[in-house]
Design a binder for this molecule. Structure first.
Ligand code: SAH
Length: 373
């Protein structure tokens, strides 16, 4: 006879969006190793069926750590005086993009702290025009912007945008952000990204203080409600130069779960999201690797299909630390590639060189939009 969780996993594997939030919370609460192994294997099977074999790869360029926001968890928050601030020149970003192409990766992510304004909008536009001849898939992760800015960057060649909602619980959102960060604006930005034609990515942090399995289940339901194409999630990792990190307590009630538990929560989030949404792109975040050396490949074995190795110049990497224990601070991109090939082979997967790895969910929606009356 199958256990209650096996029945849920079977139902979720057969069709997308088959579980309600309470059922997803049950799966997110599993702790028995045999149950977890079944959950991850089922999610991986759905990944293989819906997204195929292999893992899409994007080179990640950390274009600058100047940030106008003061998020209470983030190491590059505006008020952190211990950060040496930098902004890459257009030449440096273009050089990183050329390296991405030379490595055989067909996609690039440009991420930075949040800056708004005409000068920044124009700078990114110029960068996008400049790298267009490389013919890479380009994802931006540059925070909240006006719809006009999103449209200009889309016109200049970006096709994907990542903007994590961080948590879909407005009260928890308010607890981990300063008052000027408005949950509603973040939701509106996600809607604006959809309207401007991007493949839209969102995601959350898990293992936040005070966050429950029900919160996380509702996060996954939220990804479905906004019909996200891509998901990036990772465990929260305290940074000591932040208000949330300076007195972080581990393992106690109301404190932060220990590393193993946070990693396992990150893996469960990947698996349950895969079982709920089937054909979206799901990244195995670097934060997983910060918690265990094999964290990213375990993410792939739990249903993720995207990796975003860092290609930022090693001189700059130390200055872009969102959380403690960022891995690969000294590894040149070519080293990372060899390491990744080896790591993925250990779980029977491989990097998809030369393929952009666009979201199949986005393609499916674009097809159905065309056939809808
Ligand atoms: N500023 C941009 C992108 C940079 S931050 C934006 O807001 O979209 C990228 C992601 O890192 C954030 O969305 C957040 O989820 C994650 N992050 C920040 N601080 C973190 C921490 N201490 N632990 C884990 N993840 C963190």
């Amino acid at each position: 006879m199958s256990s209650p969780s096996e029945t849920l996993i079977e139902r979720a594997s057969a069709a997308p969006r088959a579980l309600d939030a309470g059922e997803m919370a049950q799966l997110l609460s599993l702790t028995d190793p045999a149950d977890l192994a079944r959950l991850y294997a089922a999610a991986r099977a759905v990944k293989l069926r819906e997204c195929g074999k292999g893992v899409a790869v994007r080179g990640l360029v950390e274009a600058g750590n100047v940030c106008a926001k003061d998020c209470l968890y983030c190491g590059i928050r505006k008020s952190n005086r211990n950060v040496r601030r930098y902004s890459l020149e257009a030449d440096e970003i273009a050089a990183a993009a050329a390296e991405v192409r030379d490595l055989g990766y067909a996609s690039l992510v440009i991420q930075s702290g949040e800056i708004e304004g005409e000068a920044h909008t124009r700078f990114i536009e110029e960068v996008l025009r400049r790298i267009a001849p490389l013919d890479l898939g380009v994802t931006l992760s540059l925070g909240e912007q006006s719809e006009e800015t999103y449209a200009r960057w889309r016109a200049a060649g970006a096709t994907r945008y990542l903007l994590r909602i961080e948590t879909s619980n407005p009260e928890l959102y308010a607890r981990i952000h300063p008052a000027e960060c408005d949950f509603k604006r973040r939701i509106e930005c996600l809607a604006a990204l959809r309207r401007t034609g991007y493949q839209v990515g969102t995601g959350v942090m898990c293992a936040l203080p005070g966050q429950t399995a029900e919160d996380l289940a509702r996060d996954i339901a939220f990804f479905g409600e906004i019909d996200a194409d891509m998901i990036g999630m990772g465990p929260y990792i305290p940074h000591r130069d932040t208000p949330m990190g300076e007195h972080a307590r581990f393992g106690e009630k109301g404190g932060i779960p220990d590393a193993e538990e946070r990693l396992s929560l990150g893996l469960k989030m990947i698996a349950v999201t895969r079982l709920y949404l089937h054909d979206v792109n799901i990244a195995a975040a670097t934060a997983l690797q910060a918690l265990a050396h094999d964290g990213r490949e375990r993410g792939v074995a739990a249903g993720a299909n995207v990796l975003m190795p860092n290609v930022t110049d090693v001189k700059r990497r130390r200055d872009y630390q969102l959380y403690a224990g960022k891995p690969c601070l000294d590894e040149a991109a070519s080293m990372c590639r060899k390491c990744l090939d080896r790591r993925l082979a250990s779980v029977g997967e491989e990097l998809l060189y030369g393929q952009r790895g666009d979201s199949r969910h986005f393609a499916a929606r674009a097809r159905s939009d065309r056939t809808d009356p």
